[in-house]
Design a protein around this ligand. Structure first.
Ligand code: GP9
Ligand code: MN
Length: 619
């Protein structure tokens, strides 16, 4: 037996032990929703790949130091894994470097984590002991890799296989970040930790090199472009409960349209025509890769999302003068957000602290089962119904943001929830889209009925908006068939319109407003309705009801829409007709857009809002 043990190759045994341990812990301690054999494979391969890379590092140093380095790395990996286990037990989430360095809650955090330790945890360190014993028992104390080249080839091979599999399971995983659970599930816990470290150091580097002098230039630009908000509406919603409802993937083209003679959004169409409703028919989403999270960011801050990645992930620790913070601190509102998804998705749990929410009702606050879920999670009608008792507990006046989920790609729905049948083009995604939009519409109708029954309707203001497109340009053919026209780049921009409806139950006029506007305008609009001035702030949008509103919308890819022009992909179109015209007519618009986007990026990358109070004090 002893001979057999001493004969084991030290390096390969260590790699195997670390792989198996990491795999078992990832699979059974972290709740990663492993749904298929491929996902299981990815988890195993990623564990193996990290073990190969980490424990292969000692091969780079001289023989006499190899084992010491090997065991130090082994111990370090185990500690990282164990800390994540402790953290996961408490937060149902993985460690991020910013959380570790947050001085304000660091000591509390670790005291709570240490309380969560369990005697069985010692098993996690058992293999470290095994490796040491194996080393001691051996006469020949070398790591025994005969051919370093082969070792490298095997490592790279496994790395590529695991990355390809992960990418096929989750395209855009690294650029969009999405969710820590998904990252760990597809990259493994150690690679995730390295990725998080790179993200963190990038953010820190940008903040360190930020040029504060730019602040004057940016403030001057913002102030020069400031438009006077509508005085008649100033403070008109003060004291009322505010409902901000984000409609998943809902584009404006479904409004007032039918499919096979059936309305796609009967409730929204009716709401638009009710007394007290103001519908904006030329309202654009301005999101980038951060999708829903970008829309939240833009609406909250009147700043643009970032050119790549999601600002919710890259800069969650910045100072933000968000709408929520204003409502909470200036108007004494209780602020809550309702979204029945995993709270770490889009890093919301961290970002919502900076945005200033008093309470985030996430999946843990809802009763979610297989029957009441579809696609991404809890079905919208259950989401709204289960939110009513939660809403009733809130101190008033409250600001409540709801984020729907069912109308999300791949737009799946059970037959029992289909209020209209799927469309019959060759494009399944587009066909299903109409049915899930119709479903969401019905859920909204029920929500409004329930609010009325609970006496939460009259004293409220409702703002409903689409978060971003649901149908990408890959579906232009089917969209062309539906709209009965060719989807040119101009038409594609037109398709970026999302619905925006303000509903004031106590008002008695009805308006359709054709002002060209975007999500960036929501914060200043809501602030004016609540009687908050926010003069010393950096906002790139302006009050939608302003009498001097400059119709100028910038999309994240630099496209521009004004009342006269649409400029996109180096082409200039007459907005009224869609006719292409000379690019020079749009040139100044495109330059202005570029400048504004870069100012916004600088504010975020440099965390510049934190310098604003001093800036104004010293003026
Ligand atoms: C996830 C939901 C959808 O919680 O908001 O995100 P998306 O993919 O639309 O950005
Ligand atoms: Mn979305």
């Amino acid at each position: 037996m002893k001979k057999w043990i001493t004969g084991l190759p030290l390096l390969w045994t260590s790699i195997l032990l670390l792989t198996v341990k990491t795999y078992i812990v990832s699979k059974y301690v972290f709740d990663l929703d492993i749904e298929s054999f491929t996902q299981d494979m990815i988890l195993f391969l990623s564990a193996m790949c990290s073990s190969l890379i980490l424990l292969g590092l000692p091969l780079l140093v001289s023989k006499q130091h190899q084992f010491r380095l090997l065991i130090s790395i082994y111990l370090f990996a185990t500690v990282v894994l164990y800390l994540n286990v402790l953290y996961y037990r408490f937060f149902n989430d993985f460690i991020t470097i910013p959380v570790l360095f947050q001085s304000k809650n660091l000591s509390n955090l670790w005291t709570s984590l240490v309380e969560l330790k369990n005697p069985l945890d010692l098993f996690m360190f058992f293999d470290v002991g095994l490796v040491i014993i194996l080393y001691k028992l051996k006469q020949n104390r070398e790591l025994q890799v005969l051919n370093k080249r082969k070792f490298l080839i095997v490592t790279i091979g496994i790395f590529l296989v695991s990355l390809t599999l992960a990418h096929s399971e989750r395209p855009e995983l690294l650029t969009r970040s999405f969710d820590r659970k998904l990252l760990v599930k597809n990259l493994g816990v150690y690679t995730y930790q390295v990725y998080d470290f790179i993200l963190y150091s990038n953010t820190k580097r940008r903040i360190a090199f930020a040029d504060n002098d730019k602040l004057t230039e940016i403030v001057n630009y913002v102030n020069a472009n400031r438009e006077k908000p509508n005085e008649n509406l100033f403070g008109k919603a003060k004291g009322k409960n505010i409902f901000l409802i984000s409609l998943e993937s809902t584009q404006d083209f479904v409004i007032n349209r039918e499919i096979n003679g059936l309305e796609i959004t009967p409730f929204l169409n009716q709401l638009i025509n009710e007394q007290g409703s103001y519908y904006f028919s030329n309202f654009y989403h301005q999101t980038g890769q951060g999708k829903t999270s970008d829309s939240e960011f833009i609406v909250e801050n009147s700043l643009y999302g970032l050119p790549r990645g999601a600002v919710f992930f890259s800069n969650p620790e910045n100072k933000y003068n968000s709408l929520t913070n204003y409502l909470k601190h200036d108007s004494g509102y209780y602020t809550a957000v309702f979204h029945a998804n995993n709270k770490s998705f889009w890093n919301r749990d961290v970002m919502y602290d900076s945005i200033g929410y008093d309470r985030f009702f996430s999946d843990q606050d809802y009763w979610i089962s297989e029957e009441n879920s579809i696609g991404w999670g809890l079905k919208d009608d259950h989401f709204f119904t289960q939110s009513i008792p939660l809403l009733k507990q809130l101190p008033q006046p409250f600001f409540a943001k709801f984020i729907t989920l069912t109308n999300h790609f791949p737009f799946s729905l059970g037959l029992q929830d289909e209020f209209i049948p799927e469309w019959d083009s060759k494009d399944g995604t587009v066909n299903r889209y109409f049915t899930t939009v119709r479903y969401q519409d019905e859920a909204l109708k029920t929500f409004f009925e329930q609010l009325k029954a609970e006496n939460m309707y009259e004293n409220s203001v409702f703002i409903l908006y689409g978060d971003h497109y649901g149908i990408s340009e890959n579906h232009n053919t089917a969209m062309g068939q539906f709209l009965n026209k060719t989807i040119t780049p101009y038409e594609y921009i037109e398709l970026q319109k999302v619905p925006l409806i303000f509903h004031f139950p106590t008002k008695n006029d009805t308006r359709t407003i054709t002002t060209v506007a975007g999500q960036i305008d929501l914060k200043p609009t809501i602030m004016n309705l609540l009687g908050i001035e926010g003069q010393e702030d950096i906002q790139f949008g302006s009050d939608l009801f302003s009498e001097e509103k400059n119709e100028f919308v910038i999309l994240r890819d630099g496209s521009v829409i004004t009342s006269n022009y649409v400029a996109t992909g180096n082409k200039c179109y007459i907005r009224e007709t869609g006719q292409e015209t000379d690019l020079s007519e749009c040139q100044s618009l495109l330059l202005k857009a570029k400048k504004e986007l870069s100012y916004s990026d600088r504010v975020i990358y440099g965390d510049l809002l934190k310098f604003l109070p001093d800036f104004y004090d010293n003026k």
